[in-house]
Design a protein around this ligand. Structure first.
Ligand code: JB3
Length: 210
């Protein structure tokens, strides 16, 4: 069910996926705002300007927005800026994703094709659960975290705000990954990862700070 036309912020690769998700889930995509306002199409949606256009869009009856930018910190800032400007953040959830009826979702969330969100998991605002990623029961994905394609999070895993789990990493039950942490692609997390840490490998070891 569409909540009204949606303005998409960001015109890169992530936006291509998100625009297709929004359309597939029944939303009308009004257009795209990008830091590079050059007129161009993004999977058929038109770049119409930059973020300075947000106010004028409201006057045109556009009151919904989606922040389609992969940089977690920037996505969070832009999401809160859009909300402060009076926009409602919608979710972009693939019809080919599996989301438990007991899962609790915030707003501005992207859940791609093949993703699985299991029972009683919380996904907070502006998070990304990317293609084929699994977040099992009782998980907590904090705001603006990004779980990249093919990740496998067992039960009761916490991923902190703005944290990034690289493609294909796995996390054993009960692990906590701190805010702003970065986990390398293919890593296997078997111990807690502190906030702001860079960890990689099998098993994942902290190799530095982000
Ligand atoms: O890993 C996967 C499957 N996807 C990645 C995604 C989650 O993140 C993807 O491979 C990329 O790593 C990244 O996608 P994204 O964010 O589309 O990357 P990029 O191609 O750099 O596009 C970012 C867009 O945001 C660019 O077009 C910038 O001009 C634009 N941008 C930067 N700052 C902004 C702003 N747009 C607006 N509206 N406002 C800004 O402040």
């Amino acid at each position: 069910m569409s909540a009204g036309p949606v303005i998409v912020l960001g015109a890169g690769g992530h936006a291509k996926v998100v625009i297709e998700l929004l359309r597939a889930s029944g939303h009308e995509v009004f257009g795209v705002l990008d830091a590079d306002p050059a007129p161009r199409a993004v999977v058929g949606a038109q770049v119409i300007g930059d973020d300075s256009m947000l106010e004028s869009l409201k006057a045109q009856g556009v009151t919904c927005a989606f922040i389609a930018i992969g940089d977690n910190g920037l996505r969070l800032r832009l999401g809160r800026k859009a909300q402060k400007a009076g926009f409602t953040l919608v979710n972009a959830i693939s019809p080919a994703a599996t989301v438990s009826s007991s899962a609790r979702l915030g707003v501005g969330i992207a859940i791609m094709a093949g993703a699985v969100i299991n029972a009683e998991t919380d996904v907070h605002d502006l998070a990304i659960i990317n293609s084929g990623a699994v977040v099992d029961h009782d998980g907590l994905i904090c705001e603006a975290a990004h779980v990249a394609p093919g990740c496998a999070l067992a039960g009761d895993v916490t991923v902190g705000q703005r944290a990034f789990l690289g493609a294909g990493c796995s996390v054993i039950p009960g692990m906590k990954i701190g805010d702003d942490a970065v986990i390398g692609a293919g890593a296997c997390v078997i111990r807690e990862i502190p906030a702001g840490a860079l960890a990689m490998g099998v098993p994942a070891r902290v190799t530095g700070r982000v």
